[in-house]
Ligand binder design. Sequence first.
Ligand code: FE
Ligand code: ZN
Length: 527
Amino acid sequence: MGFMDDASLVRRFMDADMQLTLDALDALRKREDTGAAAERVLVSLREMGGRPFLITADLITKILKEENIETGPTPSVPPIRPSVPEVEAPTEREIAEKAPEFARTKVKLRASEFEPRVEVFKDITGRSYTEGKLKDFVNVFRDRYERLSRILRKRVDLHDAVPISSLKNFEGRELVKVIGMVSEKRDTSGGHVVLEIEDLNGRASAWVFKGQRKLMQKSAEVVVDEVVGIAGNVRSGDRAPRLFVRDIIWPDLPIARELSRAEDPACAALISDLHIGSEMFLEDVFMKFVNWLQGETGNAQQQELASRVKYLVVAGDIVDGVGVYPQQEEELLINDIIKQYDAAAKLLAQVPEHITIIIAPGNHDAVRPSEPQPAIPKDIAGGLYDLNSVMVGNPAWVSLHGVNFLIYHGRSFDDLIATMPGLNRQKSTPSMIKLLQKRHLAPVYGGRTAISPEQQDYLVIEKVPDVFHCGHMHVYGYERYRNVEVVNSGTFQETTIFMRRLGVKPTPGIVPVLDLQTRKVRVIHFA
Ligand code: FE
Ligand code: ZN
């Protein structure tokens, strides 16, 4: 049995949101009725009603065995993992209505009764050594390729990928897989799409034919400079080999992952895009939020929730900055950057002392705009350093009470939305999920997101986070994707001229609060 059969088997399960282990693949291949057995397994898995599974050989054997003895109703096989319902975050009203749950949570410890546990494990702050030379760019792209190809090769459907330089040995019907960085993407006059791909030693042209509708859709989602897996058939000519594409595979996240949880009943409130200094900064709404943190407002259940907030994460755009967008001065209340940070520090100083504030910069903050951005410097924002705060860069990988956060402001959404079909500014989580699937925070190079070529590509999403927290869109959103809490924390700024021109309707004053112990997200509306 060749590559093709493996790939289509694996894909069959992936389409149903399940991942076959290598053992499981072997178990299916060993059978004479591979295809039919796989279909029967899929049917019984679906009937189990559980959510994403890692499909092991044991499970397959068990399903096929029970099927042989039993006639009658579908055998019930215990799910490997308890199912996790994909729920929308409840509204404030729904929280208020769930009284019994409150009765249970009332006895929980307050956040002031236990110590914070913060660990910053990846952040450019203090580690930027780039000179921005051409060789630095060559190095960072090589590093991007190496890191992403390692992630891709771990996938069951790409473990047998070959170097592009060896493609000439595979001419013919055999399905071959390669892992390449897309150096160019173009449409031919005949309406086909050509992806020029390269790895460290070779290059090839990968052709997607216009008749293949599903593949054409996939190719529309490919962006230049990202690293993808490609399966195809080889036609070598006198020039570089051509690959006739049969599938395009993104690194994506593993399907089955444990939910990591805090031992203490700690919560994290997630905010971003305050834009202090702007006339449009909603100070009164922000103060309602601070008063809630102080335990002074809200119903009993909301007060209980406030008492358990141990962390406040700010994902960038703390201030509005100066000269960030055209006509900005017309909308500035404070037009001195240092005074903007003083005002920010004064407001944040009212957050209760036992709450650790994690502060990352955004594109409006006073730090180099190219990513990765180091923390906002002390000489500009000294007041923020005087708080119970941890100043980090953008992006930052931070563990809070054992739950891993990837904090990224979100500048690259501008480029992603402009490039990829199906994304827009009014829904924030789909763009975030695309970044997770591409395993890169700024996959589109050469757009509005400037990249600083460091020793390594800090923007590769190498470690899978538990929480992916972004801002920048000014639109609140929450979704759980493959056991990652994907949260966009919205804004505290009203519509600016600039946003009106972009057609963005912001959702100010909506604050998601993540319970790090139960992994539940609750949302409070302050506007
Ligand atoms: Fe912003
Ligand atoms: Zn922003």
